[in-house]
Design a protein around this ligand. Sequence first.
Ligand code: SF4
Length: 150
Amino acid sequence: MGIAVEADGDAGNAMALPCAALEGTRCSIYAHRPGACRAFECRLLTSAGRGEIGVEQALALIADTRKRIDGVRRQIAALGQADDRLPLRERYADAVALAAETPADTTSRRRRRTLEATMAEITRILEAEFLSRHGANASSTWPGTPPLRE
Ligand code: SF4
């Protein structure tokens, strides 16, 4: 199917992200997606299915989170990391590392602080609202964000 798989230490194999089958916000191989994708239900979907959150509220949360992620992408690009094929967390780590290598002026320091705060908030939202609390994904966490270095 053309989906890259990488060794993931003791956890076995993992799909390389962003997934090659993802087109915009849709899976281009949805009917034939891997079993792990079929089994995964994010926390928000589970909550909506249980009636713990309304569909409109869930859609608003998705839209807000996507807007925040678009914002962090722009902030990352402003710090010189322009490879949008990489997963967001890798781009963030690269952007912070690039910023640390560059003499810090007031603007770049402010950008780094803004990026760090935005990424921390996105991480909190993803962990609290989207990452699964059931089954094989129960222990999933969004990887920690690297600290800002002065
Ligand atoms: S559902 Fe699975 S195969 Fe489809 S885009 Fe998402 S990660 Fe890729």
